[in-house]
Design a protein. Structure first.
Lengths: 422, 422
């Protein structure tokens, strides 16, 4: 199906190496490998830092230079013919969910690195420099919120408050960034917000559409908007054996009442709303103690801003209405509008996919990605490759070597096109 | 109100020292003190071991000998005139809930120690030895189940399986017992199940009845039966942004459905049922991941065996009926029938309270206590003293020095009576 443009003498495109790409996925999956075949590589933990070091070594082998910024983003750079030009950048993230898979994030990093390596091997000269970005803490598990590295780089959130974010052990993001820098002593400093000419991100779909349709590439048209809430219910701890129901202020019982009302509010007949309670913690968490405190999260996503506004704005009034003897507080640590990718990058992607002859479709992203924040500062776009059964954020996550190779080929072709434009 | 029998020359009773008793409570509250004025002293943690060492020092100052058994119970012994006679024992536990108070458990230990010290100071000779018992892991927080030390001592549960119990860090109860023994190098070995002539336990009420009625002593008539369940729901982890509701196997959503059905089942109009979900854990516990697993606990107590059977036997069928796309498993790690204290010890308690003239009542215990297991191997009884507002298993737990002293006085008097009987 695929047409190899790079084998003809003097092609302007490079041919990526599918075997090398696959073996680098296998190698990366060792860092944080779980017994069930997944990956647990939270942002800037030792295994994540180790993975960064290996990526930097692979870049160094080809003479690419490595940079780190103050928020733990890493960049690997192949120079262009115009040393003053802003780079064309591709990449994604290296961190995973605690029971994550082998492809979410790291595929976008390895596809971009494979693009640079194959372009280097082909001896192609581009006007603009080419860069691989490894955005820090995309998953937002170890430090909240998610997309932290790309959001800070793009100026969407303030650096200082993010560096003060702490993990469950009280370690700040700031000290975790220092640990990364210490592990990369030869990396140069990259100022935050340094200009980027254009950005493209490759990612597994994390949904079933491409696989079901037998298509190789999804050209991403946009991303759902998101609203994330933290709810905290405070009651009184009491003895489970001696305290009658009428004297309890049971934070768990009232939290469940709130959850029931939320499930009702967010239930839509057409199943477009994405409503998830992924974190739910009970304190003190002892068998014989009536809970005095519960905190839980809401992850709410929708493609339409009007629905995000309408339902999201109901969360706090609902909580206050349902709670009886306890008190409840609601905060909204992050919020993002629905996004559309338009213009230069999606057009160039579509031409590249057409030249290679891959079956493709336009596809809307249910997940959020770093490209969201890049779209605020430069022409941006994304491609998806199929993800087995649509399973992601799960140790069983899988993708085929052939599909990953096709995605990396498009990244290589698009980077060349973008880097030779004015 | 109280009549001091011990000041008359040659009294057979000793007078306890209320100041010493109070100051020892203040001293003990330092081990595991929390910022909000409570105590976090889980079984055989370093602070709990430190507290045991101080108790053993206080015993040593009076020439009492110290023993430790293989399950981490500690005994402090004042010899009697008949070296072959089984001891009269009083005591309770030293461990607390994670956000526990300054009196739950430790009062029963300090009241018994104060009884022995005051009897020693009065120069009284008893036929039987007197002992203070410090039962290990009563709360069952660090290691499951609760009442572990007294249950093993009484032969209610097997030693080996209990020593294999692990805490959340994977440390076994067995290695924790070795740490206690290492900290008490001069303690002699006490074989499990060594005979006890009679047992009496003093405890704060953990309910409001005595305070409301203005009474000082509760003579405990019995204890509720308990059934404790562990419920585990297994679904599939999935991406919160991309996975539609119809494709989810959300363990949290189904756990909440089960909880709703349980709340309905256990709701009784007269508020006699004690039903508590104190532990509820969601995995992997990440904002953007549909939960793949939930585990939660049920603590169910009732004074009537028939109700314990009927409602408790409904738990598993209910779970299986409510669950839809997930799977659910139910286990019952502990179960105890309702208990009645009758015979010798309650009679002697009532006479002692009458002699001292303390206002009292007979009272039923909502909470479980170590005396439950002692009642299986020797004549046993309990007394309660008032507990401010009935608040317990809470850092705000409080009791008055006067009430604690009255309780300790009854323990001293009852131990003397019991120790001089045949």
């Amino acid at each position: 199906m695929a047409i190899d443009y790079s084998t003809s003498e003097g092609s302007k495109y490079a041919l990526i190496d599918a075997d090398r790409l696959w073996h680098r996925h296998v190698e990366m999956a060792r860092y944080g490998a779980t017994p069930r075949g997944g990956v647990n590589r939270l942002a800037l933990t030792q295994v994540d830092i180790d993975a960064h070091v290996v990526l930097a070594e692979w870049a160094g082998e080809r003479g690419f230079s490595v940079f780190v910024d103050d928020t733990g983003n890493m960049f690997m750079r192949r120079e262009g013919s115009d040393p003053e030009a802003a780079p064309v950048t591709s990449g994604s993230h290296c961190d995973t969910q605690p029971t994550g898979g082998r492809f979410d994030g790291i595929f976008g990093v390895l596809a971009a690195l494979e693009a640079l390596v194959s372009i280097e091997e082909a001896g192609l000269v581009t006007r603009r420099p080419l860069e691989v970005a490894v955005w820090n803490n995309e998953e937002g598990v170890r430090f909240t919120p998610s997309y932290m590295g790309s959001a800070i780089y793009a100026g969407s959130v303030a650096l200082d408050s993010m560096l003060a974010a702490t993990d469950s052990d009280g370690i700040t993001m700031g000290s975790a960034v220092l640990a990364l820098k210490a592990a990369l002593p030869n990396a140069a400093h990259r100022p935050l917000g340094s200009p980027i000419a254009a950005f493209i991100e490759a990612h597994i779909e994390q949904g079933p559409e491409l696989e079901v349709a037998g298509e190789t590439i999804g050209i991403v048209t946009g991303m759902q908007g998101t609203r994330k809430f933290s709810i905290e219910i405070a009651g009184d701890e009491a003895h489970a054996g001696t305290t009658p129901r009428r004297h309890r202020r049971d934070a768990f019982v009232e939290a469940v009442a709130i959850v029931n009302a939320l499930h009702e509010l967010f239930h839509d007949a057409d199943d477009t709303v994405r409503f998830t309670i992924g974190q739910f913690e009970v304190f003190p968490g002892a068998l014989a103690v009536v809970p005095g405190r519960v905190s839980f999260s809401i992850d709410f996503r929708h493609p339409e801003q009007e629905t995000l506004e309408r339902l999201g704005n109901e969360v706090e009034p609902l909580c206050q209405r349902v709670v009886e003897r306890c008190t409840v507080s609601v905060s909204e640590p992050s919020r993002a509008k629905p996004l559309r990718f338009t213009g230069l990058v999606p057009e160039i992607i579509e031409r590249a996919v057409g030249r290679r002859g891959y079956p493709y479709r336009h596809i809307y992203s249910g997940a959020g990605h770093d490209a969201r924040h890049m779209a605020g500062i430069c022409p941006s776009g994304m491609i998806f490759v199929p993800c087995e059964k649509g399973i992601s954020h799960n140790e069983a996550e899988n993708a085929s070597p052939e599909d990953l190779a096709a995605g990396a080929q498009i990244i290589a072709d698009v980077m060349v096109d973008l880097a030779n434009r004015d």
